[in-house]
Design a binder for this molecule. Structure first.
Ligand SMILES: Nc1ncnc2c1ncn2[C@@H]1O[C@H](COP(=O)(O)OP(=O)(O)OP(=O)(O)O)[C@@H](O)[C@H]1O
Length: 252
């Protein structure tokens, strides 16, 4: 088997004395679509932030594209749409085109100017997410679903190999959510993009992803989507009851 794109081994993380990640190990193969589910506050965003290098890991190992995270410098190989993207400051006076172009800033460096080919790439991804007709509109004047597609375009503009989506469909209606999943599936299947998507849509997730990880501080499941679907009830009740057990322990 080839080197996984991401390998997390025995990761632990605490905020102060609150343990949020407990001995988490998982991997992502090239071209794989992984869905991460788990209750509120189960450490999903924390795990994503550590993988993205936005927060230092405390204990355990992370390899990205075969390099230890401390030595990994090619940030542009990873595209990220954060949970906060949909609470983006809607008063911010930027058009869809400008927001998408900002996704190239890291790759180009602060003082390099955009070339014609950069703007061509910007327009190409805008077309891919079907927002060409709104390219010059202020981002604040788009629907939630359209904004999500603009943020995915911003994440894609630098041609990443790995796309990380943290609850991309929160506050977006069912029709737009389905459209969003279809877009991610298209990128995954037709462009070979590796994807990690954190989501609360447990019901639909297993029909889109290859593998599922179920997290509540520790991993309760990491395996094929079909197996997750088959054992869903058992896995989820174990993961979602974990907090209750913890509370009871504290009580004694
Ligand atoms: N910066 C922080 N400082 C202290 N505690 C934090 C911080 N960020 C998150 N937490 C806490 O750590 C726990 C895990 O949070 P995290 O955001 O990783 O969970 P999550 O699974 O993404 O939750 P949700 O599904 O609600 O978004 C929560 O109890 C949260 O309150």
């Amino acid at each position: 088997m080839s080197t996984p794109i991401l390998k997390v081994s025995h990761l632990h993380f605490s905020y102060g004395n609150q343990k949020v990640l407990d001995d988490v190990s998982l991997s992502l193969e090239e071209g794989e679509f992984l869905g991460i589910v788990g209750p509120n506050g189960s450490g999903k965003s924390t795990l994503m932030k550590i993988i993205l290098g936005l927060m230092p890991s405390q204990q355990g190992e992370i390899d990205l594209f075969g390099s230890p995270i401390a030595h990994f410098k090619e940030r542009s190989r990873i595209g990220y749409v954060s949970q906060k993207a949909n609470s983006f400051n809607l008063g911010f006076p930027a058009t869809v085109r400008e927001v998408v172009a900002s996704g190239l800033a890291g790759k180009l460096g602060l003082f390099r100017r955009y070339k014609k080919s950069d703007w061509q790439r910007v327009d190409e991804v805008i077309e891919q997410v079907e927002l060409s007709h709104l390219a010059n509109r202020n981002i604040g004047k788009l629907s939630g679903g359209q904004q999500q597609r603009a943020f995915i375009a911003r994440a894609l503009v630098g041609n990443p190999q790995l796309l990380i989506l943290d609850e991309p469909t929160v506050g977006v209606d069912v029709k737009s959510t389905t459209q969003f999943y279809e877009l991610v599936r298209f990128l995954h299947q037709n462009q070979g993009l590796s994807v990690i998507m954190v989501t609360h849509d447990i019901g639909v997730i297993s029909s889109y992803v290859d593998r599922v990880a179920c997290l509540n501080k520790r991993l309760f499941f990491h395996g094929e989507a079909s197996e997750f679907q088959r054992r869903q009830k058992e896995i989820l009740s174990a993961a979602y009851d974990y907090d209750i057990q913890l509370v009871e322990h504290h009580h004694h």
